[in-house]
Design a protein around this ligand. Structure first.
Ligand code: DP6
Length: 363
């Protein structure tokens, strides 16, 4: 192992992903984030990107984490929920590299936190890439995917570009639960995700809490893992054959299925709003008019819609959205290449003072 150069700042850049077949429900409660079903997603391009810088230094009295200019607790078991897992992963990686120094981690999104787009996937993925490089651990993308999964499940898909499948795995230690690229970012360049923001506020129930509550209380959920597993195969086929009709139907049915299990959770978890429902009806009307499915909606743990379509149908989708009062803004993204280490002078950390360069929060 090469010697780790302390005080050298390493920065990684990466992007969120949107699942076509969703991860909802874990088979463990130990923070390993092992899912009950495989999932498949599209990694977005750098229209939405996250940069994360890390440095290990004797000058740091404790581990510090800044997200969008705000310091977040890195130890403790309450807020933020991911802090315990983050600490565990940080200690594990530091141990492997035989490094004892504390870490400063600074992460920043190029999209405002008020855009209503989750950044935990891109945040965790870029953190693992930056840590692996900074500690000279030479981790393979598969190993980095396993580490990112333990910070936030969906993050393990953001380790790769293009279309990415997260195999659920069956091993008790999660060693076979990781993601892999199934089609690269050049396979279907016309594919777009039009994100329709209807409510930029933070989600009411965190996904970590939601996963557990649904598994525990929903009767409908029992049928979900097999349904989703089959959905992953359908998505792979639809993309291989560039069959937008099949792709769209499969995406919409999976989103509806996941949100049905959320509503069936006790007490119910309802992420969709009237504006989300307007988009659902609007897309079905558009598909009806076209005589086949040319666009699909999909919703994560929140009310904002991701509309998956091809460039040639963009105008029709945009026309439909422009009539909706509930839609505040749209952001468009293609397939992205996945995370990378930034070379040169791109660092969010002041190398001399070891202070975060970020002073203001985007909003
Ligand atoms: C609805 O990855 O946020 O976005 O593993 O607890 O961090 P944790 O959950 P998280 O769950 C994401 C769920 C989803 C669907 C998906 O992205 O697959």
């Amino acid at each position: 192992m090469a010697e780790v150069i302390l005080d050298r700042v390493t920065t990684a850049s990466g992007t969120p992903n949107i699942a076509f077949i969703k991860y909802w429900g874990k088979r463990d409660y130990t923070g390993l984030n092992m899912p009950n079903n495989s999932s498949i997603s599209m990694t977005l391009d750098e229209t939405l990107s996250t940069k994360t810088s890390v440095v290990f230094s004797d000058k740091l009295k404790r581990d510090e984490l800044y997200i969008n200019g705000n310091e977040e607790a890195i130890v403790g078991d309450k807020i933020p929920e991911k802090s315990v897992y983050l600490k565990r992963i940080l200690d594990q990686m530091r141990g492997l590299a035989k490094v004892k120094q504390n870490a400063l981690i600074v992460s920043e999104n190029n999209f405002p936190s008020s855009a209503g787009i989750a950044s935990s996937a891109s945040g965790a993925a870029t953190l693992i890439v930056a840590l692996s490089k900074a500690l000279d651990l030479n981790k393979s993308p598969k190993d980095m995917s396993i580490l990112a999964r333990q910070i936030s499940g969906s993050a393990c898909r953001s380790l790769f570009g293009g279309i990415v499948k997260w195999n659920k795995g069956t091993e008790e230690d999660g060693s076979d639960s990781y993601s892999e690229q199934v089609f690269d970012d050049t396979y279907w360049p016309e594919l777009i995700d039009i994100i329709a923001i209807v409510d930029p506020s933070k989600k009411k129930v965190s996904s970590s809490i939601g996963h557990a509550a649904t598994v525990k209380t929903s009767v409908l959920y029992k049928a979900r893992p097999a349904f989703a597993e089959n959905g992953v195969k359908e998505i792979e086929k639809a993309i291989r054959e560039k069959d937008l009709d099949l792709l769209s139907k499969t995406i919409m049915k999976d989103s509806n299925n996941m949100h049905a299990t959320m509503l069936d959770t006790w007490p119910p978890i309802i992420y969709l709003t009237d504006a989300s429902r307007d988009i659902i009806y609007g897309i079905h009307e558009l598909n009806e008019t076209e005589g086949e499915c040319v666009a699909a909606y999909t919703f994560d743990a929140g009310p904002n819609a991701h509309i998956i379509t091809l460039e040639k149908h963009r105008e029709k989708v945009m026309d439909m959205l422009s009539d909706m009062v509930g839609v505040r803004r749209t952001i468009e993204s293609h397939l992205g290449k996945g995370p990378r280490i930034l070379k040169g002078n791109v660092s969010l950390i002041n190398e001399k003072t070891l202070a975060p360069k970020i002073t203001s929060t985007l909003s």
